[in-house]
Design a protein around this ligand. Structure first.
Ligand SMILES: Nc1ncnc2c1ncn2[C@@H]1O[C@H](COP(=O)(O)OP(=O)(O)OP(=O)(O)O)[C@@H](O)[C@H]1O
Ligand SMILES: [Mg+2]
Length: 1063
């Protein structure tokens, strides 16, 4: 990960900004220093900070204006450390690494629920959508990729206590690129949706967004067709959390977005109808209730809702009713119907709702993949984005939290393996001894959960599969038997007296890497089995709703084989994911949650009481009778953030990253930068770069413990050592510049020079002595080489032979090496190409062409839409003024803005008067009266058909483009414009004379809007103006020592401008 190191110098330059942009450069690696820096930056809305190439992001809970297209342009193709830390910088670096190495990458985004993972992944996706080269294919793929988000979020996200838009499924998305770097398509893998939410929500939480969006936003016709009421409170499945309507969520608007997005991702109209049919049937199903019959068995009391389900799904109502109240048991040849108790019927109803929704979700992901997948089989590279549900702890934690938190353990494990591994490999490769940094390896917890035959998942599966009366509590007993002495596992029975008080009998507690979580075993077996009776499955397989038929039809063809349990499926899918990720290069975003109240930091305090529970750093508060809720702890809740910093292992990462060595650099590069600091290496070092660096650092007084010499790089332990060197370098640069001016001022300077020379001489002597022995040994060898060299030189013009071949190879190599260092920096530089010796003239010419083509390609690729617009305007400006007006050359580098006066600064009355025309551009000007030439400040507004001269709320003059017969300016450097207007009678106002600071911008816009390229005149000396019909005046132009505009004795307006500075 050279990138992370490459630009420490860039970071050095920036070290005076707010805090430090890269934690690696902190002087101390203490948690206090870390937190201080994080907070200092966060308080200034700087939410991103690096640890090397890793991005730490703190959720601001407010929209920051740092993701617009200007920012994207800014970060495009710029070196990682040159600009302030940003998620775009990471996205860009990954893209360029992929293009350079032509291999696959992934970005692991982690952090607890609500920390900002999904937002980060969306920002990255947007960056790629906007910044990869533009093609027709890309435009369509880009829309689909971007639009897959609202759809998946509607169906897979929900409001939880932690996050109003919490991802309740795991998502891994590959963005595919071809070797030109064009985005060709994408592919999504989804992981375990939290299906239980469909039928049950905890207090303060909601079901998946789509239900509320449909009920709140769905059109009257649609609701009527689906048999739905426009009232969330009417549906049992939507009201358990008692917060169906949330002010922070706009279901109505979101509905429109989702409906539109479904079209973009090519879900056909009939599929959309079926999709909403499924969503509505789930709602109806939730309202199906059961009453006891005479024998206490379940019987249906509300046939309306059931009939709606049967209509929407196109299944037989009678069979559906049977399926919800009886079970068919095969007894030898006969089928016996076994009636359900009420609880059992509810269980079966909920199981159907969950299965229908869960399978439809998977269908939707498949649909998205089909629409955005690139089907040709050319070589592709991918950048993967992993955004999975974050670690979470609730008041009651169940099977779902168990799976989610296990997944986070796995990702933490992956992070540990990859970061420690790559760092260690570099030290090994460089032969550097290093002391291992102590860190908590969470493998022990992963094993506790997933180990074959012994882990929690295996024991859960055994209980699910074993015949007999297995229950959630027997599962807990099994766990206690097998895990009894595990340091990360505890239950009520196993705990000591103090801990026991915090545990119920049906609980087990895991000591996760991120904190303790107490799981309630109730429901574990059912949720893991995820059973659906065969008669219901068969019925759904015959549904007239094509989605339902598809998702229930094929999957269960072999229904005799028991399907894998949910936990085991999840475990295998995570294993597959890990394998696929390990084959790619990893990059990281670590998201931190700033406070628990989802509020932007503004220093508010809330009048609530709070208590601290346990040692996990999570704060709970009891709010009257409404239940539990997180508490606001001000701008940045330091305890909360510190806790995350700790468990995410950021401090360890930082320490490992420095592993004692904050900075490393290839010898050549280090020497090249700092050689001027030592007389022995300045101006040229002729030996090996490594030896040169050794001499240099000894001269600089580096102590042995401050640095290590690797095989190809020098490693420097503390940033301050490098700062000192860098400061010395700054000073030295200055001195050298002074010398180059050839002004050795004063005796002292001379004295210093002398001292330097003496030092250099002494150094030289010492160095020669040290080298003498070595040289002795090398002399024989050198004589041979030199002879060969001379021989080669003499015969250099001959055909290739034994005499000259090595010499010629040397010439070629040396030329290429020099060429590498002296390549032209810009496309426009056509002169610096290094002249080639005769042996490689042909190659040089080819290289030159290739290199220019490459630069042109890079340049063109780097031109954004916006820049293109600018260039088009500049072409117009150039056609009119180039070589004609003296101030034109200075204007070239200045960007044209969209307007110089915002709409808010134009008087509303004026806007009202010209409301039928759109204002395209406005600019302040100083207008000169036709009589007397008095200057008056005015605004000029350009619309598509006219230019308006405006004073406050009054339109002083309207110049229709059709009556604009000419535009004159002088050839000098002044900013005076004359608009010549067709003037038919004496009442009409005459030509308009004014001064405009943005002359070229204004005239270019005017020329384009009014299509007047041919009406321009650049005049020398004087412009005649028509004051009113028949009456004439003039504006005279001349140069002088300073710019002036005044009425001359001859009654003309005299404009004096300065000459252009000689260039
Ligand atoms: N960069 C950001 N700028 C502004 N607001 C943000 C940013 N990142 C996150 N937020 C806010 O925080 C909320 C939660 O973020 P997000 O949904 O990305 O969390 P998450 O880490 O994906 O959580 P979960 O694990 O529950 O899915 C967002 O809805 C948004 O309001
Ligand atoms: Mg999320």
């Amino acid at each position: 990960m050279e990138m992370g190191l490459l630009n420490t110098e860039g970071a050095l330059v920036a070290r005076d900004k707010v805090g430090i942009q890269d934690f690696v450069l902190l002087d101390e690696t203490t948690e206090t220093a870390f937190m201080e820096n994080l907070k200092k930056r966060f308080d200034k809305d700087l939410i991103y900070t690096y640890i090397g190439a890793l991005v730490v992001s703190v959720n601001p809970y407010k929209d920051l204006d740092i993701y617009n297209s200007n920012q994207m342009d800014l970060y495009m193709g710029v070196n990682f450390f040159e600009l302030p830390p940003h998620i775009f910088a990471l996205a860009d670096t990954v893209y360029h690494a992929m293009m350079l190495e032509l291999n696959n990458h992934f970005i692991l985004i982690s952090g607890e629920s609500g920390a900002g993972k999904t937002e980060a992944s969306k920002k990255i996706l947007q960056y790629y959508a906007v910044c990869s080269p533009e093609t027709d294919l890309l435009t369509s793929v880009r829309d689909k990729m971007l639009m897959s988000n609202p759809v998946l979020e509607a169906f897979g996200n929900a409001k939880t206590l932690k996050n109003d838009n919490s991802s309740r499924f795991g998502k891994y998305m590959d963005i595919q690129f071809n070797s030109e770097g064009e985005a060709l398509g994408g592919h999504i893998l989804n992981y375990l949706l939290e299906k239980s939410r469909v039928v049950h929500q905890n207090h303060g939480e909601r079901n998946f967004h789509i239900f509320y969006q449909l009920v709140e936003g769905g059109e009257e016709d649609l609701l009527h067709q689906l048999g739905l009421e426009r009232d969330c409170l009417y549906y049992n499945y939507l009201t358990q959390g008692e917060c169906a309507i949330m002010s922070s969520i706009n279901d109505k608007n979101d509905w429109k977005t989702v409906k539109n997005a479904l079209k973009v991702i090519e879900v056909s109209e009939s599929d959309r109808t079926d999709l909403f049919g499924v969503v509505a049937s789930v709602l109806h199903l939730g309202n199906v209730e059961f009453d006891p019959d005479s024998r206490g068995n379940a019987s249906l009391n509300n046939n309306t809702e059931l009939r709606w389900v049967s209509t929407l799904l196109g299944v037989n109502a009678q069979t559906l009713q049977e399926g919800l109240t009886y079970r068919k048991i095969r007894a030898q040849q006969d089928q016996v119907l076994s009636p359900f108790t009420i609880d059992h019927a509810i269980y079966v109803r909920d199981a159907l709702a969950k299965a229908m929704y869960g399978r439809t979700f998977t269908w939707l992901v498949r649909q998205i993949n089909e629409s955005m997948e690139n089907k040709d089989d050319t070589m592709k590279m991918v950048i993967g984005l992993l955004d999975i549900y974050g670690f979470e702890v609730f008041y009651v934690n169940s099977f779902e939290q168990f799976c989610i938190n296990y997944c986070n353990e796995k990702l933490q494990q992956l992070f540990i393996q990859l970061t420690l591994k790559s760092e260690q490999e570099e030290y090994e490769a460089e032969g550097i001894e290093w002391e291992a940094v102590q860190f908590f390896n969470n493998k022990i917890i992963c094993d506790l959960v997933e180990e074959r035959h012994r882990g929690i998942i295996s024991i859960l599966d055994e209980e699910c599969l074993r015949p007999g009366d297995a229950t959630d509590l027997t599962f807990l007993e099994r766990l206690e038997e097998k895990m009894g002495d595990h340091p990360h596992f505890v239950t009520h029975r196993l705990a000591d007296i103090t801990t026991r008080k915090t545990l119920d009998r049906g609980d087990f507690r895991l000591l996760h890497y991120a904190g303790e979580v107490t799981y309630c075993v109730v429901g574990f077996l059912d949720k893991n089995n995820d059973l659906l009776y065969k008669n219901i499955k068969d019925l759904m397989g015959q549904s007239k709703n094509s989605i339902v038929r598809e998702v229930f039809g094929n999957a269960d063809a072999d229904s005799r084989r028991r399907p894998e349990t949910v936990a085991t499926q999840f475990k295998s899918s995570l294993l597959k994911l890990t394998e696929s990720l390990l084959a790619k290069d990893a990059w990281y975003v670590r998201c931190l949650k700033s406070n628990e109240s989802k509020k932007p930091g503004n220093g508010e305090t809330h009048p609530v009481h709070w208590v601290l529970l346990g040692s996990t750093g999570f704060h709970w508060v009891l709010l009257g009778s409404t239940g539990f809720c997180w508490v606001l702890l001000g701008v940045m809740d330091e305890a909360l953030v510190r806790h995350q910093v700790k468990y995410l292992g950021l401090m360890e990462h930082l320490r490992v990253r420095r592993a004692g060595f904050a900075y490393r650099r290839r010898y050549e590069v280090f020497l090249q930068r700092y050689k001027a600091l030592c007389p022995a290496t300045w101006p040229h070092w002729l030996g090996l770069p490594m030896d040169g660096v050794q001499v240099l650092v000894q001269h600089l007084g580096y102590m042995p413990y401050e640095y290590k010499m690797g095989r190809t790089k020098i490693f420097i332990r503390h940033p301050k050592t490098l700062y000192a060197t860098e400061d010395a370098f700054e000073r030295c640069k200055h001195e050298l510049a002074t010398k180059l001016q050839g002004k050795y001022r004063g005796y002292k300077a001379k004295g210093e020079l002398k001292k330097r020379k003496e030092n250099a001489f002494q150094m030289d002597v010492a160095w020669k002595a040290a080298q003498a022995r070595k040289e002795e040994e090398r002399r024989d060898w050198a004589v041979k080489v030199i002879k060969k060299f001379i021989n080669g030189f003499i015969n250099r013009g001959d055909a290739r032979s034994a005499d000259n071949s090595e010499y010629l190879a040397f010439v070629r190599q040396s030329y290429l090496n020099r060429l590498k260092l002296k390549l032209p920096k810009t496309v426009l530089d056509k002169t610096t190409w290094l002249t080639a010796p005769s042996v490689c003239q042909e190659a040089s010419e080819m290289l030159r062409k290739i290199y220019y083509r490459l630069m042109v390609r890079k340049y063109v690729r780097g031109i954004s839409q916006q820049k293109r617009g600018q260039l088009q305007m500049k072409v117009v400006t150039s056609a009119i003024f180039k070589g004609k007006k003296d101030s034109y050359p200075q204007s070239i580098t200045r960007s044209f803005l969209d307007t110089r006066i915002g709409e808010a600064d134009i008087n509303p009355k004026v806007l009202q008067m010209i409301r039928n025309e759109r204002v395209k551009y406005s600019v302040p000007v100083v207008k000169y009266d036709r009589k007397g030439f008095k200057p008056r400040p005015r605004q000029i507004l350009l619309t598509t058909s006219a230019a308006y001269l405006v004073e406050e709320a009054k339109i002083k003059q309207r110049v229709l483009y059709t009556s604009l017969k000419g535009i004159s300016v002088s050839n000098l450097t002044d900013d005076i414009v004359v608009l010549h207007i067709t003037c038919e009678d004496a009442k009409q106002k005459g030509d308009l004379v004014f001064q405009c600071d943005h002359l070229f911008e204004f005239l270019t816009k005017l020329s384009m809007l009014a299509n007047k390229q041919n009406a321009f005149q650049v005049v020398k000396g004087s412009i005649t103006i028509e004051i009113q019909s028949g009456k004439q005046g003039a504006v005279d132009f001349t140069t002088g020592p300073e710019p002036l505009v005044y009425k001359d004795k001859n009654g003309h307006l005299m404009v004096v401008s300065t000459r252009v500075r000689a260039r």
